[in-house]
Design a protein around this ligand. Structure first.
Ligand code: RP5
Ligand code: MG
Ligand code: MG
Length: 258
């Protein structure tokens, strides 16, 4: 069964910090397995405190495991439990660091990942739009966080627009057809390098196939936190961010539409 890995990496410090994760061997990831020497450091990025997208302290949040006004605090994985400080516990197990890290929310941090595909007119290979992330330089699906009060279907389009079309209005650009036939591939946990014992990424992954070659007439361009953009073949083995390789594999097993 699945064991998260990228959020246990002890080779590099935690993103934008000089802190290293406490090493957690594979067989000790599950909380049910006792690990007496487990002593993860506590980290919440000080630069983010007070930002509008940051949660307040746990003591002022009451609607765990539910919809809390405009914020979805439900996990797609399971009901989550709490540690002795009343902080949500990562349902996939130990990560070697506690606190919120660089993430804004305690518990699940919801994102959306649009996989936009085409058949390359010259090579006939199936390709998807990938962006290069500014934070760690890895290639990734152009996804992003669900804003407070936003529907996931809006997040998918907005993030694609911001990161892959440098902010062009996705609806005005005659792109309606592209968004019409989204196919959901995944809904759940992401093995994101930012995850901690108390805060983790979850996402909804939807494939939009450009069967009518609408994007041929539209300028794709890296924007926001993306520093480069390119079409990558589904069959290529370029390393991808977080669980994105898994999401591409799910798509490859679901290609009856082409
Ligand atoms: C990943 O982080 C998700 O799969 C999504 O692609 C991304 C969202 O975070 P940001 O791109 O906003 O940093 O876990
Ligand atoms: Mg974004
Ligand atoms: Mg993003």
């Amino acid at each position: 069964s699945f064991v998260h890995k990228k959020c246990r990496n002890t080779e590099v410090p935690y993103l934008l910090s000089d802190l290293y994760r406490f090493p957690v061997p594979d067989e000790f990831v599950k909380w049910s397995k006792k690990m007496d020497n487990y002593a993860p450091k506590e980290y919440t990025d000080p630069k983010n405190l007070g930002k509008p997208w940051m949660d307040p302290e746990v003591s002022s949040i009451s609607k765990w495991n539910s919809i809390d006004g405009k914020i979805n605090r439900k996990s797609y994985v399971s009901l989550y439990a709490f540690d002795e400080h009343l902080r949500p516990i990562n349902p996939m197990g130990r990560t070697g660091i506690c606190g919120r890290g660089i993430l804004g929310r305690w518990g699940p941090n919801h994102a959306a990942d649009p996989i936009v595909t085409r058949k390359n007119p010259e090579t006939s290979a199936l390709e998807f739009v990938a962006i290069q992330r500014k934070d760690n330089g890895e290639w990734a699906i152009p996804g992003g966080m669900v804003d407070a009060g936003e529907n996931v279907s809006e997040t998918l389009k907005r993030e694609f627009s911001e990161e892959a079309m440098s902010g062009v209005n996705v609806d005005a650009k005659d792109l309606k057809k592209l968004w019409e036939n989204g196919r959901e591939l995944y809904r759940g946990y992401v093995d994101d390098p930012r995850n901690t014992d108390n805060a983790w990424m979850e996402t909804v992954v939807v494939n939009f196939h450009d069967s009518e070659n609408i994007l041929k007439n539209i300028k794709l361009q890296a924007g926001d936190d993306a520093i480069a953009l390119r079409w990558i073949e589904l069959d290529s083995d370029v390393p991808l961010y977080a669980s994105h390789r898994h999401f591409i594999d799910l798509l490859k097993n679901n290609l009856h539409f082409v």
